[in-house]
Design a protein around this ligand. Structure first.
Ligand code: 5GP
Length: 177
C-alpha cells in the first residue's frame, strides 16, 4: 500500500486518484442535470477546495461562473458569537443560484457560521458541494447537497487538503496511519 510522509507524519492511500476523478464526474453530471437552463455561480472556498473546484468545474457543461473566496473568522459581539466573513467576495449574489464548494465538512462549524452572511445577500438558492464529509464529527447542522465521499473521523491530506501547509499537491487522498 502506498504511504507518504508529510512533515513528521505517515499517511496511507485512502482514495485513489482514479476513484476521486470518477466520483467528481458523477457529481458534475448531477449538477449538469439539476441546473439545466440555469447559470450557477460556484463559490469555491480557498485554500483546500481549489483542486476539487477545478476538476468539478471543468466538467460542468452549463453556462457557469466561478469565484474564489477565503473565510476568516472573528469573534462578534457576545450575542452573535463567532462570525465568519468572506474575503474576496466581489460578486453580487442577489438572485443567483449559488453552489458553495468546500474541501471537507468536519464539525460543520465553518459553513454553519458562514451561510447566514450568504443568505443575507438573497441569492435565489444556495447548495453546498463538498468533496468530503466526516459525519461522525459533524455537530453543526449544515445542509449538504453534493457529497463526494463520506469518510471516517480521521485526519486526511491530499487532493487540495494540507497538513500544516504540505500535502495539497497529491491527486489521491491519504489518511493518517
Ligand atoms: P469544520 O468547520 O467543518 O469543522 O472544518 C472545516 C475545515 O477544517 C476544512 O475546510 C479543513 O480546512 C479543515 N479540516 C477538517 N478536517 C480535516 C482533515 O481531515 N484534513 C485536513 N487537511 N483539513 C481538515
Amino acid at each position: 500500500m502506498e504511504t507518504i510522509r508529510v512533515h513528521d507524519k505517515v499517511f496511507k492511500e485512502y482514495l485513489s486518484a482514479d476513484l476521486i476523478q470518477q466520483r467528481v464526474s458523477e457529481l458534475a453530471a448531477q449538477i449538469n442535470t439539476d441546473y439545466i437552463n440555469k447559470r450557477p455561480l460556484f463559490l469555491a472556498i480557498l485554500n483546500g477546495s481549489f483542486m476539487f473546484a477545478a476538476d468539478l468545474f471543468r466538467q460542468v457543461s452549463l453556462d457557469a461562473e466561478i469565484s474564489f473566496i477565503k473565510i476568516a473568522s472573528y469573534k462578534g459581539t457576545r450575542s452573535s458569537g463567532q462570525v465568519m466573513t468572506a474575503i474576496g467576495m466581489d460578486q453580487d449574489l442577489h438572485g443567483r443560484e449559488v453552489i458553495v464548494v468546500e474541501d471537507i465538512v468536519d464539525t460543520g462549524k465553518t459553513l454553519h457560521h458562514f451561510l447566514p452572511s450568504l443568505r443575507q445577500q438573497e441569492p435565489a438558492s444556495i447548495r453546498i458541494a463538498t468533496f468530503l464529509h466526516k459525519p461522525e464529527a459533524t455537530n453543526f447542522s449544515v445542509p449538504l447537497d453534493y457529497v463526494g465521499f463520506s469518510i471516517p473521523n480521521k485526519f486526511v491530506v491530499g487532493y487540495g487538503l494540507d497538513y500544516d501547509g504540505l500535502g495539497r499537491n497529491y491527486g489521491a487522498l491519504y489518511q493518517l496511519v
